[in-house]
Design a protein around this ligand. Structure first.
Ligand code: PGA
Length: 253
């Protein structure tokens, strides 16, 4: 089956009110001009800017998601933001288990699974991130590590929930390093991920969107996105300017 390409910009902890307004206006005018000939496009701004960006995405060919979410729905959880709140302001997607959350905040796969569940319960789509370190890859443990990260989430969800997931494969050694996985290396892991879902349900596996992330740029996007099991990208650094991000969106057309 043909899956629509999805290009998602993860802005991480970058931007100011002014720089984000400039980036959004560049994206909105650039995406309009391509008249629908691009991938589905999402942006993931820092939490404090979500409301403003969601507002600008209304009636635009652009969706908005959050970079993280808390597990509880509400209550005494100082500093946290719930999936219900993200849904309330109009977010549609949430990144869960990004390697920077795993590294900076010690997030383990069982917590990532709970975050995916909380996201689904609020009617939002979790983008479940997974990926191996360089040490794992060199030791031949890529599939074991990625498999375990995904199993933690998959084992908590029924098929109806699994059908709503998006997966992002992001080798840790390729994030922000300028070292992209080759199209072959990425395709191999993407095929492994799709097979894992196929062992549960073929239709779910067939429809599953699996994004690649890690130093995607305008120059390498088309080759990566043309692989049979790569359905788009999760873009960090190159999503911070319209000049760099738009060509990636167009590579997914
Ligand atoms: P990068 O980040 O494109 O800057 O490598 C990707 C990500 O972490 O989502």
């Amino acid at each position: 089956m043909t899956r629509q390409t999805l290009v998602a910009g993860n802005w991480k902890m970058n931007g100011t009110t002014d720089s984000i307004a400039e980036l959004m206006s560049g994206l909105l005018s650039g995406l309009d001009q391509t008249g629908g000939k691009q991938a589905q496009v999402l942006v993931f701004p820092p939490t404090v800017y979500l409301n403003a960006v969601v507002d600008q995405c209304r009636n635009a060919p652009l969706g908005c998601g959050a970079q993280d979410v808390a597990v509880p729905e509400s209550g005494a959880h100082t500093g946290d933001v719930s999936a219900a709140m993200l849904a309330d302001i109009g977010c549609t997607h949430v990144l869960v288990g990004h390697s920077e959350r795993r590294a900076d905040h010690g997030e383990r796969s069982d917590l990532v699974a709970q975050k995916a569940r909380a996201t689904l319960d609020a009617g939002l789509v979790p983008v479940v991130c997974c990926g191996e370190t360089l040490e794992d890859r060199d030791a031949g443990r890529t599939e074991k590590v990625v498999g375990e990260q995904l199993d933690a989430v998959i084992s908590q969800l029924d098929e109806a929930a699994l059908a709503r997931l998006i997966v992002a494969y992001e080798p840790v050694w390729a994030i922000g390093t300028g070292k992209t996985a080759s199209a072959d290396q990425a395709q191999q892991v993407h095929a492994f991920i799709r097979n894992k879902f196929a062992s549960i349900n073929d239709t779910i596996a067939d429809r599953l969107i699996i994004l690649y992330g890690g130093s995607v740029k305008g120059e390498n996007a088309a080759e990566l996105f043309s692989q049979p099991d790569i359905d788009g990208g999760l873009i960090g650094g190159a999503s911070l300017t319209a000049e760099q991000f738009l060509p990636i969106c167009q590579a997914g057309a």
